[in-house]
Design a protein around this ligand. Structure first.
Ligand SMILES: Cc1cc2nc3c(=O)[nH]c(=O)nc-3n(C[C@H](O)[C@H](O)[C@H](O)COP(=O)(O)O)c2cc1C
Length: 430
């Protein structure tokens, strides 16, 4: 398996220098590709940016401080405890409009993902203001790049909002051929400037999760088997990435690990009322409607076909009660009407043993009537023994964006899609 990162930005973005005059912090780590990092610094300076360089002790075995100072025109920092620069990890993160780790070694990448702060890149990373872009241009041997530790670290860092400039395929200095070569300097500069043009936005996100419960009488209920775990994991991933999440979950559903703010609901009517209120009084950027909403509510219960409706408190035991159900309206279709502000909508579709054609039809139907920007589809037949199942994320035109093997992958991919530099469609109901 290899880390999933988006391809480097097109070099077309280099036609006109946007954000010229930005403050850029370039962190060098100990890769043979450090010489290409020098080219990146040179290009950034030529395009009008102010550049400061940090270099790990390993990086300085490949290039000298004189080279970096000469290119950037500012002193190079390498030691957290250097005299006269004791608080530079705080000052530099405040100063920088964006941070670029180039080249990024496997060692630094894994260390940052572990949250270690015993060197300058680690301290800078933890002190970094996550509303500003942090980019990494990895360079390493293909085996290091595809090692499970690196794959997991890339995933984790992406969850936290770090943007990766995908390494290229080709012949490595070690003679191996594969993916891991530092992207071309031109593409790295383009990706950095693209990130400056699209700083990380802290999204306000509303997530619904868990199943509604419909009372049959004062003690009995009709409900479904939703645990709310998918919504909770998505809430955790978005919270960890620095977004502002409100979880509207079923009272019986699982809570989040991140302890993000939440409200609870029991019945369809509770959920509808909460959604109307929250959407009217907040301007969410994203609504992820993962709740398993009952399609029906109990209209009346009869102890037999000829008797009047039974009392609501508690049905007598015995007999063969008849429960008359009434369809609930589809909440997902009204969400946009209840919000004065536009938002990105993620809707969920569960099918039961559907083939590809039926599934596609169900997804397209939901996209059409809800106006959702993304539909997460899963099928009960693919459910594993532990209750988890894979999911597909579909785009507004029905195309498959990504297949996710499990809930964690789904949550990570949603974070990636929702925070990608592409503008949201803010589609309205058809
Ligand atoms: C000649 C040579 C080339 C290296 N190239 C790379 C590389 O391209 N990528 C990488 O991840 N590590 C590479 N390494 C290993 C790193 O330098 C090593 O893991 C070091 O501890 C990284 O430290 P740093 O991340 O603090 O800079 C190389 C080592 C040597 C001796």
């Amino acid at each position: 398996m290899r880390p999933t990162v988006e391809a480097a930005a097109s070099s077309n973005a280099l036609c006109a220098p946007p954000n010229a005059g930005s403050n850029l912090l370039v962190v060098f780590t100990g890769s043979i590709a450090a010489y290409k990092g020098c080219d990146v610094v040179s290009r950034l300076v030529q395009r009008g940016h102010r550049v400061r360089c940090v270099a790990t002790p390993s990086a300085l075995k490949f290039i000298g401080t004189v080279t970096l100072e000469g290119l950037a025109g500012t002193p190079v920092l390498s030691d957290t405890y250097a005299a006269g620069s004791a608080l530079e990890h705080i000052h530099l993160t405040r100063w920088a409009d964006a941070v670029l780790v180039c080249p990024a070694t496997a060692n630094t990448l894994n260390r940052l993902a572990a949250g270690l702060a015993d060197d300058l890149p680690g301290a800078l990373f933890l002190a970094h203001d996550r509303s500003k872009p942090w980019l990494m241009a990895p360079a390493m041997n293909p085996a290091m790049w595809t090692h499970p530790s690196t794959v997991a670290s890339v995933q984790k860092l992406q969850d936290w909002g770090v943007r990766f400039i995908a390494p290229a395929e080709g012949r490595m200095a070690c003679g191996e051929i594969g993916e891991g070569r530092l992207a071309e300097p031109k593409a790295i500069v383009a990706a950095t400037e693209a990130a400056l043009a699209n700083p990380v936005r802290r999204l306000r996100v509303l997530i619904t999760a868990g199943g509604t419960v419909e009372p049959v009488d004062g003690v009995r209920v009709l409900t479904n088997t939703s645990t709310g775990a998918t919504g909770a994991i998505i809430a955790d991933h978005l919270s960890r990435a620095g977004h502002e999440v409100l979880l509207l979950r079923a009272k019986s559903a699982v809570a989040t690990d991140s302890a993000c703010p939440e409200e609870t609901f029991v019945t369809f009517s509770d959920l509808e009322a909460a959604l109307r209120r929250l959407l009217a009084t907040n301007s969410f950027d994203v609504v992820i409607h993962a709740a398993a909403v009952s399609d029906y509510r109990v209209d009346a219960v009869f102890m037999d076909a000829d008797s009047p409706p039974a009392p609501a408190e508690k049905l007598p035991s015995g007999g063969t009660p008849i429960i008359k159900l009434r369809p609930n309206p589809r909440l997902v279709d009204s969400l946009r009407d209840w919000s004065p502000a536009p938002f990105t909508l993620v809707a969920f579709k569960l099918t039961c043993g559907s083939g590809p054609a039926q599934s596609a039809e169900a997804v397209n139907r939901l996209l059409a009537h809800s106006g959702a920007d993304f539909v997460v589809h899963n099928d009960l037949a693919a459910r594993r023994a532990d209750g988890t199942f894979p999911a597909d994320i579909h785009l507004r035109d029905g195309a498959l964006a990504v297949h996710c093997a499990d809930r964690d992958t789904l949550a990570a991919e949603l974070v990636r899609l929702l925070t990608s530099s592409k503008p949201f469609s803010h589609a309205t109901n058809p």
